[in-house]
Write a protein that binds this ligand. Sequence first.
Ligand code: SF4
Length: 478
Amino acid sequence: MCGILGIVLSENAQDSTSIAPMAVDCLTALQHRGTESSGLVGTNGCFNDHFEIVKGHGLVRDVYSNESIGALKDSIAVVGHNRYSTAGMKNAINCVQPFVLYTAAGLIAVAHNGELVNAHRSRDKILRSGVGLSTDTDSELIGQIISKTIAQNIKCRGENYEISGDISKELAATMSAIELSYSLVVMTYDRIYAIRDPYGNRPLSIGQIFSTKKQKNGNVNSPLSFIVASETCAFPAGTKFHSEVEAGELIEISKTGVKSIWQMVPKPKAFCIFEYVYFARADSMFEGQQVHGVREECGKILAIESPIEVDIVSTVPDSATAATLGYSLQSKVPYEPVLYRNVYVGRSFIQPNNEMRQTAVTRKFGVLKDNVVDKRIVLIDDSIVRGNTMRIIVHLRIASPPLRYPCYMGINIASKNELIASNLDENEIAESLGADSVKYLTLEGLEKAVQKNAKLPTESIGHCVACLNGKYPISIDF
Ligand code: SF4
């Protein structure tokens, strides 16, 4: 998944304002999107100065300290990244984003969410052009494509090319050269660009942050900064939502405001439907609706599609909580907790390998025995990927359709063999997990839930469901 972030100070902000502590809070709010490493890069707005970089492996709270972010105190803009790796050497420090590189137009920093489908073609091309790569990550590759395009454009950029932070033409050319999937935040010395691939596969939203000052006549809100982030849950309190970056859109964010610079010819929209099912935080907004509401709707439809006579409805905490509420409301069966989740164990799905995922699962849940004994229970979960979580528990309704195909757009499901639903039907899964029955939400049910309250014109709505039906947004080189 990965979480990406950019903050630019508004020209109206007070001189003493430091955006670094706010950026750390925002990355903490995006922690669920990646726990392997985190990085923040800041610019002080002077062309000739270096970028300040704070990076490390582990959780946001382990990477940053008051001391280390002190280096970012004069920043007028920062970009940040929480990493969940799908491609690339997992432990190498040079894989920790944002990537910083010198280009013919000065320093740039790149933070990327997604995975380039068919990246080997672009990799071959850049290597054959004489540009070396120090990692096998797509994100470095994107940085080098931008850098090469800047070098090619030097002659047309005019005399001041070396002091202009405007690289919009080169970014537009880069967008045309790479297909899917990317949401990007790119920083030059004086501005930030927010970019989304033409299918809109991974999310990216923009907001404006205000500070509240007490004055004699009451409180006055004044613009403090602009923010771009993978999810709106990263927006600090008091942020006014501006817009989602459209599929194929290039947006410039500077001290004067937010400007849409370029829009690619739209492709069929393929926003990852699993952002709604599992990945995103329940309080985030996509397509004009809150994720929590969609999950609740999934639970209601699941109750209609797969009813069962039981005493209580319960949940696998936390991402299935909203679907469970929906199932309980629709079926009128009371909700009772049966599992206690240890909040100090991270999300098992985003652990980098299966061994770590299984260990995380065994540490994750305790059973509330008094609520279980002599009860007929329907247990709701959001999805079954590999069956790791489920092997520990029983009796299931799943608030998403069976996950049968791998993802090539940034989610670490390496092969069909790993996916329990790709090899077994519902009865076989029930037997394998020791459940009395297993039923999934249908794909029609999920699409209905996602579309019910979306506040977008119908033609702007479209979702990637490739891991559910095997139909990918573009053809994949296997
Ligand atoms: S294949 Fe599945 S997980 Fe991957 S982008 Fe599409 S919907 Fe999301």
